[in-house]
Design a protein around this ligand. Structure first.
Ligand code: NI
Length: 396
């Protein structure tokens, strides 16, 4: 099948799916209407789809006409707690909830790809699974489908995200790091409370917490290799009740982002050291809860990346391929990337001044030029077909 041509024919349908999903934006792990819509559309096409009683999202399975491997395509489906201010005429009907990360685009493109792969199933050398995934924005949404065993037969996988640092309609299929790991920490500083006028008889948890925050800045500036991407952010501080009380408790929360496992571990080790020793230097103690949440997104399977680049070139010519700076944001597809033998993540550029699509994801004004949806849908489908064709020999 000529997926570029078929995707162009389906463009209007893909856009109308996107409008429906955009208008019915739902928060992470609550995408029940969204799931019902997606499953309904898939079933209407005749595609077998599995839904879950205890969890949103669904998995469609397209069995090819010839034997072979199993490839998975993934789209996330959740929205964000943001009041939309994008000016589009299909604005979210759920107040305070907006598809500001483009997951409505991903789901509608994957619906388009599902239709094309279903129509061409007799030609496929294996099986395509299409995962419409809940709860990406809360970091843990992808776990369920793997942990429940629904993806254990998957040999290779591709995820995709619309991305505002790349030109509209371009495809970034890059080797190496693409998005960061996400680990969070919570520090509780314990001191001794007393009257604000007699600091000498207390142990001020606020002063100790302040020293910890400042010392944590040296993890990136003085401890980490400057060539390694690393972010350490304290994003929340809670302490004290009144101006004239020296408090005995301060709680800090923060996040760490890295592109490589070494920088990730280095941050964890040094944050622990700094928290404990700095609290002690101030006569306090501190507890550290450190949660390794999501690994980085890395496209380290170069042969698979080549299949995806080849698919892009075949569809739209070499000029469709672009590169962009690896992001410091995170993506819970990385959990599946760690489990599935072979995987990659692709950015679909969406920066377009002509349609004022210039706002980053997670912004209340985020929007896209919808002409790019057919590009993503075609690429999803072509990648799956090409992967299966290329690996047909070894799968009998
Ligand atoms: Ni996103």
């Amino acid at each position: 099948m000529d997926f570029a041509q078929r995707a162009a024919q389906l463009s209007e349908a893909i856009i109308s799916h996107r409008h429906w999903l955009h208008q019915h934006a739902e928060l992470s792990l609550q995408e029940h209407e969204t799931t019902a819509y997606l499953a309904g559309q898939l079933r209407e096409l005749g595609i077998p789809v599995q839904t879950f009683e205890d969890y949103p999202g669904c998995i469609a399975t397209i069995q090819g006409g010839k034997p072979g491997k199993t490839v998975m395509l993934r789209a996330d489906i959740d929205a964000l707690p943001i009041q939309e201010n994008s000016g589009v005429d299909f604005q979210s009907q759920n107040p305070g909830v907006m598809h500001a990360c483009g997951h409505d685009c991903h789901a509608s493109m994957l619906l388009g790809a599902a239709q094309m792969l279903w129509e061409s199933r007799e030609e496929l050398n294996g099986t395509v699974k299409l995962l419409f995934q809940s709860g990406e924005e809360v970091f843990i949404g992808s776990h369920y489908y793997w942990d429940q065993g629904h993806l254990s037969d998957v040999d290779a996988a591709m995820g995709l995200h619309v991305w505002a640092t790349a030109p509209s309609g371009s495809l970034c299929v890059q080797d190496g790091p693409l998005m960061a790991s996400c680990d969070n920490f919570k520090i509780t500083v314990h001191g001794v409370s007393c009257h604000g006028s007699t600091p000498n008889i207390g142990k001020d948890a606020i002063v100790a917490a302040s020293a910890i925050i400042m010392a944590l800045q040296t993890v990136v500036s003085r401890i980490s290799d400057p060539r390694d991407m690393l972010v350490v952010t304290v994003g929340k501080i809670q302490a004290g009740t009144q101006f004239n009380i020296i408090t005995d408790t301060a709680v800090l929360e923060g996040t760490v982002r890295a592109h490589g496992p070494e920088a990730r571990q280095l941050a964890a080790d040094n944050i622990r050291r700094i928290v404990e020793t700095t609290a002690a230097a101030m006569g306090c103690t501190a507890d550290l809860e450190y949660n390794f949440l999501e690994p980085p997104v890395r496209n380290d399977d170069i042969a698979l990346n080549e299949i995806a680049r080849g698919a892009a070139r075949k569809l739209f010519g070499p000029e469709v391929l672009a590169t962009t700076t690896p992001a410091t944001g995170s993506e819970d597809f990385s959990y599946l990337m760690e489990k599935i033998p072979s995987s990659l993540f692709v950015f679909l550029g969406c920066y377009d001044e002509e349609t004022d699509s210039v706002h980053p994801v997670h912004n209340e004004k985020f929007k896209i030029n919808e002409d790019i949806l057919q590009v993503g849908a075609a690429h999803y489908a072509q990648f799956a077909a090409d992967y299966l064709a290329k690996n047909a020999g070894g799968a009998q």
